[in-house]
Design a protein around this ligand. Sequence first.
Ligand SMILES: [Ca+2]
Length: 308
Amino acid sequence: MSRRIIAFAALFAIILPVVSACGSIGAGEESTPLTIVSGGSTEYVIVRNDLYSPDNLSVRSAVDLRRAILAATGAEISLKTDWDGQEDNTARKEILVGDTNRQESKDALEKITGDQFIIKVYGDGTKIVITGKDEFGTAAAVRYFCENFVGYRSETEYEQKDEVVIPLELEVISTYIEIASSDGGIIPGSSEEASLIWQEAGTVEAGRRMLSRTDVLIYKLNGKRGKGYTLELDIEGEYYVTVSPDGKTYSRLFSHSDNGYATARGKYSADVTQYFADSDTLNVRISDYNPTDGMSPIIYSVNLIEKN
Ligand SMILES: [Ca+2]
C-alpha cells in the first residue's frame, strides 16, 4: 500500500459551492456599512488558532484570505495567532478565521452544525467571525467570503477595488458539500488545488477543471528529494502530460493516446521517482494533445503518492 503525502497536507475533501445561504438581511432591509478595507489599507488583522500547524487547512485558509485581500485591494493585512497572553484584545479589530480562542468564535460555532459554516459580525464590527465546525467548513467559509465580499475567486480572477465593505448586521449560515475522494486526490477548485497551481488555466466547475485548446496548466507538487513517487491523474479528453523538476526542461510522461480508453475518463499514473532524484518539487504540465480540435483535457484530481 502506498501512502499519501501530497504537497501540503493530505486532504480528501473539497468544498463545492454553497447549497443554501441564509442571512439576517433580507431584500429591501436597511443595512449599516462596515468598512473592512478603504484606500488600500485596513485596521483589521486576521487571527487564527495558535495551536494549528502551518499545513492545517484552517491556517492555510487564513493565509488565503490575506492573499485575496492583498490582491484585490492592495491592502496588507496582518495575520496573527490568537495567543495574546494577558493582553486585552477586546478593542482590536479582528477577522477571526476558524475556531479561535475568542468568545465570538465560540458563540458563532454554537450556531451551526457539522456541515455548515458561519460568517458573522459581532457587536460594533470589532470582531468578524469566519468559521466552520472543522477546517473544511472554515475553508468553505473563507472561500465564500472571498468570492462574495472581497470579489476574489482565484489568482487570475478578481476585481480590483479600493474598498471592502460588508453589512454590519451580516450573518451568513450556509451548508456546504464535501466531496470525498477515495484515494486522497486533490480536486480542482479546492484551496488545496489552488496551493499547487503554478500556472493557472481553464475553468473550474463542480470539481472539474476544463482546459481549452491552447490552455496550459502547470501544477507544482512538493515531495522530498531522493524519495519514490507515483503521480496519479484522474483525467479525460485529449491530455498531454509532461513533467519537469526545474520548470525549464519538460519530459513527456503520458498522453491520452497511451491507453486503450481513447479519451474516456480514468485514473492514469506514472512513476516519477527519477524526477525527485535531485529536486523537492515536480512541475506537472497538462495541455491539449491535439490543439487543432475541440476535445481538450478535463482534470478531476491530482495526487502525488509516496512509495514505500
Ligand atoms: Ca484537442
